[in-house]
Design a protein around this ligand. Structure first.
Ligand SMILES: *Cc1c(COP(=O)(O)O)cnc(C)c1O
Length: 335
């Protein structure tokens, strides 16, 4: 059985342009005096300003269409990149889209919310709920109206969505083989867990030796299971879904939780420095919430010698730049 046999069975609806570019960041590496740095440009997936959710949505929308659904329902924060890509995916597939967003309707929508609006998504405001808690109610309402809704979970992170990142690891492996390049570490922002679960399964399936390290972005609520446990469960559910015989143990899941700062969506000096330094050395725009924090973590791990000149590190750019605009005030250094 070829390693991607089980993957080829999954239904996929094309939404993006793949493979995304893999490029070296020589100027940033020199600036940091650190390891060789590569970047995987999933901010360039091509669907309505791109991002990592495009990969998950190709499989989620594939499943929605196979089931004869007519409407995608998802949810997240008001500036959710996942919701913006879901809204765009719905348009591209000829489906309706309902989004449950945290907060209240602003007078003028900005950033991702502006894009959701332009893409015609129907928005349901959830006040304190920013993780799609109202999705089941919206689904029930649509069913009672005779619609056929498809539930896209928070962050697109279920086994179907994670398959997108299993395939992504195969894509990366092929690019590295062509460059005759190997990696010691793969770093990325990890929040709803589907990216990390998929990459873990993909690393196993395609024989990638690099350490897969998620940078924790969201503190979560008191009483939630540890995020690592969630990623482990999703990775194990994904191997079962694909019919691969493997079990991930707790020690297989590496999440760095030292960079949570003041919590989800709170921009501090770590994020400001990472966003501006990456922009000014490479001309690459990160985002304030996810990739800014993850790159800040990478920089701190170089400073603390967790990553050294002996390493070759891939930073997976997961997108999010539309959120730069609503965060303008936080991104301009104070004083
Ligand atoms: C959703 C998102 C992530 C996190 O991916 P998960 O699969 O939810 O862990 C990282 N970066 C950006 C820009 C995102 O939008």
């Amino acid at each position: 059985m070829s390693p991607d046999h089980s993957l080829s069975q999954a239904r996929r609806f094309s939404l993006g342009f793949f493979p995304t570019p893999l490029v070296e960041m020589k100027r940033l590496s020199a600036e940091l005096g650190g390891p060789r740095l590569f970047i995987k440009r999933d901010d360039q997936t091509g669907l309505a300003f791109g991002g990592n959710k495009t990969r998950k949505l190709e499989y989620l929308v594939g499943e929605a269409l196979a089931k004869g659904c007519d409407t995608l329902v998802s949810g997240g924060a008001a500036q959710s990149n996942h919701c913006r890509q879901t809204a765009a995916a719905a348009c591209a597939a000829g489906l309706g889209c309902h989004l449950a967003l945290g907060g209240e309707a602003p007078d003028v929508p900005e950033g991702n919310l502006l894009l959701d609006t332009l893409l015609g998504a129907e928005i349901h405001w959830g006040g304190p709920h920013r993780k799609g808690e109202q999705i089941p109610d919206i689904v029930n309402q649509l069913v009672s109206e005779g619609k056929h809704p498809y539930r896209v979970p928070y962050g697109g992170s279920n086994t179907t969505g994670a398959v997108g990142f299993v395939a992504a690891m195969g894509e990366l492996k092929a690019q590295l083989t062509q460059l005759q390049q190997s990696l010691t570490h793969i770093l990325f922002a990890s929040s709803s867990g589907g990216t990390q679960a998929g990459l873990l399964v993909g690393a196993r399936l395609f024989g990638m030796g690099a350490k897969v390290i998620g940078i924790g972005i969201d503190k979560g609520e008191a009483g939630d299971d540890p995020f690592e446990t969630h990623v482990q469960a999703l990775a194990n559910a994904t191997v079962r879904h694909l019919g691969i015989a493997h079990h991930f143990s707790a020690t297989d899941v590496i999440v760095e939780n030292d960079f949570l700062g003041d919590g989800y969506g709170k921009v501090g000096e770590l994020e400001r420095r990472a966003v501006t330094l990456t922009a000014r050395t490479e001309g690459i725009l990160l985002d304030p919430v996810y990739t800014g924090r993850a790159m800040g973590a990478l920089m701190a791990m170089i400073e603390s010698q967790q990553l050294t000149r002996a390493d070759t590190v891939l930073f997976w750019h997961t997108g999010g730049a539309p959120a730069l605009f609503p965060y303008a005030a936080d991104l301009i250094a104070p004083g």
